[in-house]
Each structure stands twice: as structure tokens, then as C-alpha cells.
Design a protein around this ligand. Structure first.
Ligand code: HT7
Ligand code: ZN
Length: 876
């Protein structure tokens, strides 16, 4: 496949001002008539042919200004339709194509999910519906007439406002016409047709416009759509209040479908969701699901301004909409819930997904410079690191200048397909700062390491902090330059934060040092006592921190730091160090037990004095770094079994040492009253269930008894699933029995059974591979549904010890599935192949086996572009 490069961007030679679509839905032969209003682009190349994109289409006929084109006037290729000598003026092109939605297993373009018709057009699925200039900088006004059998599809939805409906006289069919007045790129087009139930609510914007909101779901599931609708209303108000953004159509529809490649899609006025991120009730959704639904509903809604009104000039600018919109959804959730707890959860995700991507062969800049398959660039780097870049920008220029910059961006770029340069220019203007160095964050891949050490001079009453940065090489970028790192800090004395006085011009004045060069020293004066530095507060930059602080100082920060994030981080750092030492073989189990006792003592005090005040925070504190985090920290010659053993020993020792405290805590937190999904009740459950996990590792007998009791007595899925998860840690007949009971109870709930599949796929025991193979034959599993694949096979690929089995059987199994899946759904296959991203850091035996599994995939004939691209880059 050709490499597409940012530097080769050229404006389109043609523009499409209007699109009139007439779509007659049929399971196997959907007819699409498209009338395009075209004109030459003054910024393009005059006299150029018209090259329309197309993929797997059957062309029925093509007319120019209403006249059928002769055979020599156009060519059809597997990639599209070329009109050789179009008139150099405005004209219309009518193109009729036929597509087969039932045969579309790639879930891109028009496809069937359950019994409904739906579409997914980002990034390049529209060309699978009709021939088009399928690029984001071609923006058009759409009018869409949908027609279908009334019985099959009583609901017909598209973008914009509904302008007409009616019956097709003399037939069993009906139609609806939708008009979207906002010009948009083709990737935001959507349609839905089917027999769907819905819940609805009227909404009046801050500007006084009435909007009909609705959430559509499969028949019988409307009772589970309320939380999504409620979340929608709350995020709409929030966007008005915080970003001054009002909604701009008369309707806003959300549709949940059960076959979807990603989480959701922000099609203008018609968001289409993976039903996992819409459906919720206490019996079938966990607290985590409620939080994800709230966040993803908000994310897609926020795209209406950051993505739709202002879209991307080209796909290299993907972070312009995704990074910014993730930032916006994170802020919304922080305001709705607990800001520190949300930040901790986001940083855990960032480290687990983005830091590991950055450390391996698939590392790439937030704005990549080249790609073969854009669908492989919907990555944690573009999304999560992209959001971190916006967060740093806000810290660097301050909240006021950030707000003015956003306002300027909305005003200046509204209705355009914009670039990162145009975005940054708004903040340079609003802040008066030169952001050219900051812009390096978009170009340079890799996670910087900040090295910090401090010196106290008692006689001079000064404290000097030496900071340095370095970024390891990444593919295609062997040499790295310094980036702009805002380091939020405090100097913690016995009675709390000491005042910060310094003449250094690296100090921004708001508790932030700007480390924008290879190294710098900052001296603080009037420091009356030796402080403990608390650095990178709130995780002010997406970097690794190497700080020369002993465990005793870190444990002091854990108990006294005024920054909640760094309190949590301090304890994590002590645990990480202990696990890295033992997991890399540098220290033994006896040494680890000493560390476990130190950690347990600190945790005991914390739980006694503070857990009740903020259970959600306490739950985060109790959750140790995951084995995969430790593997990443070790970084080379990783032995997953040794890390797992260390992790288990540490958890067991802490669980044992805290057994009495954890039991008391669980009783104090016992559920009173019916389930409520709010953050406070969820925080209590989170703490109770973290405690259960630790108890179960420490004392399997007590753990099993508590888990069984909890399973039997729970009135909600969160507690039942936590009981199941605790039992998966304890091999034996009782575990198998609970697994069977869970499956019976939820036999008709695919989304719940996904969690059941995943819980089993994550069991860190040698029998898991056989169990997973067996589960592939379970009626709950299907290779055709992305959620099922992600739960069972994706879960297995995330199982550090079993995916990385010493005999390589885990690699071969996943590789075989990637190859099988590639024939039907290349996007899901290539994401699964991404599980190999950390193979180079493994010890030599596993490394060789992983490499040959990757090579086996890479050598398969007829691979999709998606899978070939990942295999090639992973092996490079
Ligand atoms: N913007 C959406 C991306 C998306 C997507 C991309 C490729 C293939 C399928 C897809 N479904 C959704 C999701 C979002 O970030 O909001
Ligand atoms: Zn998005």
C-alpha cells in the first residue's frame, strides 16, 4: 500500500457543494442515487479529471448534467470512478450504485446490525456507499431521502432535521427526508433504519432553541436508555456553561447498535453508538459502565463543535478533533464526579495504553507524518496524549488565555476544515506567547523522562532543584529534541506546602517550572526547612519522572501532600519500585516482604483515618500498579512470570496484613438502600470491592466465602462482577460453580456475558488458553461481533502471563485469530494484532516466539492493508 504523507497534502481539485441522496434500503440490494453539485476548486489544479473514491461498489449508471455518460467518458477502478474530462464549470453528476448491506462484515459503510441498517463512515467508509470525494476538507450540504419497507424499518433517521415523511403509494414502503444545513465532510454522514424503541426529552438551549433529544435502542431495551439520555442533557448544559457552545439543530438522535468497530461515532445530529456505551441498568451495567456511558455520550456530543462544526483538513490532523474532544470529555467527567479520582483513572489509562505504545515499535507522533492505513491511527497517542497536550497548553498559558483561545478558535475556524497550526495560532494570539517550541509535542513521538534531584542548603536557606529531560528514540526518530514540560510542583515541609520564592525565569509563578531545555536548575530562597519536593503535581506533563527520593520521603508525601494526585502517586511509586526490583530479579521475595510491611503500615493508617472521607480515592490508593505497568517500567528482558509472582506476593502480604482493617471497612461501607449509580455510591462500592480483591489474594478461604456471600446478596452487577473477579483468583470447584451460575443468570445478556468472558480470559493460570478455546464454542461467543472478540480474545491478549506463555502458544493462538478475522473484519483484526506491541521488551525466548508469530501473520497472502501495516511496523 502507498505511504500517504502530510507534506503531500494538496487541496481537492473539485468541490461538492450539495449532495442529494436517495437511498432505497434493501437487505441485499440497496440502491443509492446520488446527485452531486460540483464545481472546480479555485485552490485546486485547473483542468484536472474528477477522481471519485469508491470501494466495493456496483455502478448502475452515471449522468452528467442529467445526460448519461458514454463509456469512454469515465473509468471504473477498484478504488473509484474517474470522469476524464469534466466541464471546467459547475455541473451535476448523478451516480447510481448498488450495495449489499448484509454482506458487509467490515462494518464500514452501510451494514446490518441485528435487524437494523446503520452506517459507519469515518474515516473512509462513505466511499463504500457511493462514489465521492471522500476526504474531510470537502464539505457539502446533504439532503437525504430514505426509503424502506415500513414493517422492516419503521424508523428512518439521517443527519440534520426531518423535513418530510410519507408512504410510497401503492407499496408497503415509506420514506423520510432529512436535511442537514451545516456543510460537513462525508465521514459525518449517517443513516439508520429499523424497528427501534426510543426514549425522548425536549431540551431548550441556553440560546432558547428547542431540541428534540432521543435515544434509540433495540426493541425492548428502552428501559436501559435513561442514563444515556440523562448524561446527554447534563453534557449539553455543561458545554453551554463551560465552553459557551450551544446545539445547532432541531433534533439530536443517539442510536445504539450491537455490532460496532469502535465505541461510538459523532455523525452530525445522529450519533451512532456501540450499545455497550448506551445501555445501562443496575442489573446489566457496572459503575464503570455508567461512568463510561456518561463520558462517551459527552465525547460524541462535544464533537459537534470540536470535530463537526470545525473539522480536520486531512487525517493527519485527527488529534485536532480527538485530543481536544477527549480533553473536553475528561473535564466534563471531572466536574460531574471527583476531579482527583478522574485524573488518577485517566493517568492509569494513559500509562497503560499510550506509554506502552510510545515504548514500542508502533510509537508515532500525536500528529503522524505518514500512514498507510488511517484506521490504524485511532490510537491512544492521538486521543489520550493528544488530550494531555491540550491540558499542558492550558497550564502553560493559564485558564483565562486558554478560554480566550478556545473562543477565538470557535469564532475563526467555524465551518472550516482546520489544522493544528490554525488551532495553536489562536492560543498564541490569546496568550501573547510564542508556541512554536510547544508545537514540538505534535511532531515528536516518545515519552520523555524527567530526572530530578534536589539539594537543601541549610545555611543559605535555599533549595535547588536540578531537572533534566530526555526522550528515547522511536521508529523514524533516532534523535530527540527537548520538549516544553510544565512541571507543577510544591515543596512540602512539616506543616504543609512552603512558599515558593525564586528569581528563576523558568518559574512561571503559579507553582509551575517550565522545563523547555535539556536541563535546568531552579533555586528557591527563604526555605526554612529541608523540604520534600512534590513534582509533576496533577500529572502536569505526560512524562516519566525519575526522582531521587527514598521510600520514607515518598511515604511522607503519601500522607501529607496537598496534591491528591501526588499522594496517590507517592504510594504507587513505592510499590512500583518494589515490584520492579523483585520482578527484574534484582531483589528477592524476603526483601519484598519487608517492603510489603512498610506499605501495609502506611495503608493501614490511611484507611483508618481517611478512607471514609473519600472512598473513591481510597479505592484508587488500594489498587497497586498492574503487572503490565511493572513490565513497562522494567522495559527489557521482561519475564512476565517473575513479575506476576512478585505482584501476587506483594498483594497477598498486604492483604494479609490488612485483613482485619479491610473487613471492618467492608462492613462500614455495606450497602444501605437500593443501588444508585452516582459517584459517591460508586466510590463506596469501589472501595469495598478493592478490599475484597486484596482479602481474596491474602486468604483465599476467607476471600471465597466473602465473594460467594456477596454474589448471593448483591442487588447490582457491580458487586456481582466484583465477586466473580475475586473468585477467578482462587482456583477450585467453587470458582467453576460461580462461573457457571453467573452464566446461567445472564444467559440472555450478551453485554454482561462479555464481562464474564473477559474475567475468565484474564485468569493468570496455564489452563486459561484451553479455557478460552473452549469458550469460543460457547453460544455467547461469536467471531463476527467486535464486542465478543474484544472481550474474550482481547482479554486473553491482555493477560500478561498467558498471552506471553513461555511456549509461545498464546502468540500462535492470537495470531491465528488475527488471520481468520482479517477475512471478515480487518479493523478488529488489526487492533487485536496491536496486542503484540510490547514484544521487543520480552526476554529472548518469548521475544523470538512473538517475532515468529508476527512474521507468520506478515507472510500471509492477501492480508488487509490494516493488518499488513501493523505487522510490518511491529516487525520493523
Ligand atoms: N470519531 C470516531 C472514530 C470512529 C471510528 C474510526 C474508524 C473506524 C470506526 C470508527 N468508529 C468511530 C469516534 C470518536 O472518537 O468519537
Ligand atoms: Zn472522538
Amino acid at each position: 500500500a502507498p505511504l500517504i504523507r502530510l507534506e503531500d497534502y494538496r487541496p481537492s481539485d473539485w468541490l461538492i457543494d450539495t449532495v442529494d441522496l436517495d437511498i432505497a434500503l434493501d437487505e441485499r440490494e440497496t440502491r443509492v442515487r446520488s446527485l452531486l453539485g460540483l464545481r472546480p476548486n479555485p485552490g485546486g489544479q485547473a483542468g484536472a479529471p474528477l477522481v471519485l473514491d469508491g470501494d466495493e461498489l456496483t455502478l448502475a449508471n452515471v449522468k452528467l448534467d442529467g445526460v448519461a455518460l458514454g463509456a469512454g467518458a469515465y473509468s471504473v477502478t477498484p478504488q473509484g470512478l474517474i470522469i476524464h474530462a469534466p466541464p471546467q464549470r459547475g455541473f451535476t453528476l448523478t451516480v447510481e450504485t448498488v450495495v449489499n448491506p448484509s454482506a458487509n462484515t467490515k462494518l464500514m459503510g452501510l451494514y446490518r446490525s441485528s435487524n437494523a441498517y446503520c452506517t459507519q463512515c469515518e474515516a473512509d467508509g462513505f466511499r463504500r456507499i457511493t462514489y465521492f470525494l471522500d476526504r474531510p476538507d470537502v464539505m457539502s450540504v446533504y439532503t437525504v431521502r430514505l426509503e424502506a419497507r415500513k414493517a422492516e424499518a419503521p424508523v428512518l433517521l439521517s443527519n440534520g432535521n426531518r423535513v418530510a415523511t410519507g408512504d410510497v403509494i401503492g407499496s408497503d414502503r415509506h420514506f423520510a427526508v432529512w436535511h442537514d444545513p451545516h456543510p460537513k465532510p462525508a465521514y459525518l454522514f449517517a443513516l439508520v433504519g429499523g424497528a427501534l424503541d426510543h426514549v425522548r426529552e425536549d431540551y431548550v438551549t441556553a440560546e432558547g432553541n428547542k431540541v428534540e433529544l432521543a435515544v434509540y435502542v433495540e426493541p425492548g431495551k428502552a428501559g436501559r436508555a435513561g442514563w444515556a439520555l440523562d448524561s446527554l442533557v447534563r453534557c449539553m448544559r455543561w458545554d453551554e456553561r463551560v465552553f459557551g457552545r450551544n446545539y445547532d439543530l432541531d433534533v439530536f438522535n443517539v442510536v445504539a447498535v450491537s455490532d460496532f468497530n469502535m465505541g461510538a461515532m459523532e455523525n452530525k445530529g445522529l450519533n451512532i453508538f456501540n450499545d455497550k456505551y448506551v445501555l445501562a441498568d443496575p442489573q446489566t451495567a457496572t459503575d464503570g459502565d455508567y461512568a463510561s456511558i456518561e463520558a462517551i455520550i459527552a465525547h460524541e456530543y462535544f464533537h459537534n463543535w470540536t470535530g463537526n462544526r470545525i473539522t480536520c483538513r486531512d487525517w493527519f490532523q485527527l488529534c485536532l478533533k480527538e485530543g481536544l474532544t477527549v480533553f473536553r470529555d475528561q473535564e466534563f467527567s471531572s466536574d460531574e464526579r471527583s476531579r482527583p479520582v478522574k485524573r488518577i483513572a485517566d493517568v492509569r489509562t494513559l500509562r497503560a495504553t499510550q506509554f506502552s505504545e510510545d515504548a514500542g515499535p508502533l510509537a508515532h507522533p500525536v500528529r503522524p507524518r505518514a500512514y498507510k492505513e488511517i484506521n490504524n491511527f485511532y490510537t491512544p497517542t492521538v486521543y489520550e496524549k493528544g488530550a494531555e497536550v491540550i491540558r499542558m497548553l492550558k497550564v502553560l498559558i493559564g485558564a483565562d488565555a486558554f478560554k480566550r483561545g478556545m473562543d477565538l478558535y470557535f469564532e475563526r475556524c467555524d465551518g472550516t476544515a482546520a489544522t493544528i497550526e490554525e488551532f495553536l495560532a489562536c492560543f498564541a494570539e490569546s496568550s501573547g506567547q510564542d508556541l512554536s517550541h510547544f508545537a514540538r509535542w505534535y511532531e515528536q513521538a516518545g515519552t520523555p523522562t524527567i530526572t530530578a534531584s534536589g539539594r537543601y542548603d541549610a545555611a543559605a536557606q535555599t533549595y535547588t532543584l536540578d531537572l533534566a529531560q530526555s526522550t528515547p528514540p522511536t521508529p523514524g526518530q533516532p534523535e530527540k529534541l527537548p520538549v516544553v514540560l510544565p512541571v507543577a510542583l510544591g515543596l512540602v515541609g512539616k506543616g504543609g506546602d512552603l512558599p515558593l520564592h525564586t528569581g528563576s525565569n523558568a518559574y512561571a509563578g503559579n507553582g509551575v517550572i517550565v522545563l523547555d531545555r535539556p536541563s535546568l536548575s531552579v533555586t528557591f530562597s527563604d526555605v526554612a526547612e529541608p523540604p520534600i519536593p512534590s513534582l509533576l503535581r496533577g500529572f502536569s506533563a505526560p512524562a516519566r519522572l525519575e526522582l531521587d527520593l527514598g521510600d520514607a520521603d515518598l511515604l511522607k508525601l503519601f500522607s501529607t501532600d496537598s496534591d491528591s494526585f501526588n499522594r496517590w502517586q507517592a504510594l504507587q511509586s513505592v510499590a512500583t519500585r518494589a515490584l520492579v526490583e523483585t520482578g527484574s530479579g534484582a531483589s528477592n521475595r524476603v526483601w519484598l516482604m519487608g517492603k510489603a510491611r512498610e506499605l501495609a503500615a502506611a495503608l493501614d493508617l490511611f484507611l483508618r483515618e481517611q478512607a471514609a472521607a473519600d472512598p473513591a480515592f481510597a479505592a484508587q490508593v488500594l489498587r497497586l500498579p498492574a503487572p503490565a505497568d511493572i513490565a513497562r517500567e522494567i522495559g527489557r528482558d521482561v519475564d512476565p512470570e517473575r513479575i506476576h509472582a512478585a505482584h501476587r506476593s506483594l498483594s497477598a502480604e498486604i492483604g494479609n496484613a490488612l485483613a482485619a482493617r479491610l473487613a471492618t471497612l467492608r462492613e462500614a461501607l455495606a450497602e444501605s438502600g437500593p443501588y444508585a449509580p452516582d459517584a459517591s455510591a460508586a466510590g463506596q462500592r469501589a472501595l469495598r470491592n478493592e478490599a475484597l480483591g486484596l482479602i481474596a489474594i491474602g486468604d483465599p478461604d476467607i476471600g471465597a466465602r466473602l465473594a460467594q456471600l456477596q454474589f448471593a446478596g448483591a442487588d447490582n452487577l457491580t458487586d456481582r462482577l466484583a465477586a466473580l473477579a475475586a473468585m477467578t483468583l482462587i482456583p477450585g470447584a467453587a470458582r467453576e460453580e460461580l462461573i457457571a451460575r453467573f452464566a446461567e443468570r445472564y444467559a440472555s445478556e450478551p453485554l454482561v456475558l462479555d464481562k464474564w468472558l473477559m474475567a475468565q480470559a484474564l485468569i493468570a493460570e496455564p489452563g486459561t488458553l484451553d479455557r478460552v478455546k473452549e469458550l469460543m464454542r460457547h453460544p455467547a461467543f461469536s467471531l463476527g461481533n467486535p464486542n465478543r472478540v474484544r472481550a474474550l480474545i482481547g482479554g486473553f491478549a491482555a493477560n500478561l502471563t498467558q498471552f506471553n506463555r513461555a511456549d509461545g502458544a498464546g502468540y500462535s493462538f492470537v495470531a491465528d485469530i488475527v488471520i481468520a478475522l482479517d477475512r471478515t473484519n480487518p479493523q478488529v483484526a488489526s487492533r487485536l494484532l496491536g496486542s503484540f506491541r510490547a514484544w521487543r521488551m520480552l526476554e529472548p525466548g518469548r521475544r523470538a516466539l512473538a517475532q515468529s508469530a508476527l512474521a507468520m501473520v506478515s507472510n500471509m497472502p492477501n492480508l488487509s492493508r490494516d493488518v499488513a501495516d501493523i505487522a510490518e511496523r511491529a516487525l520493523a
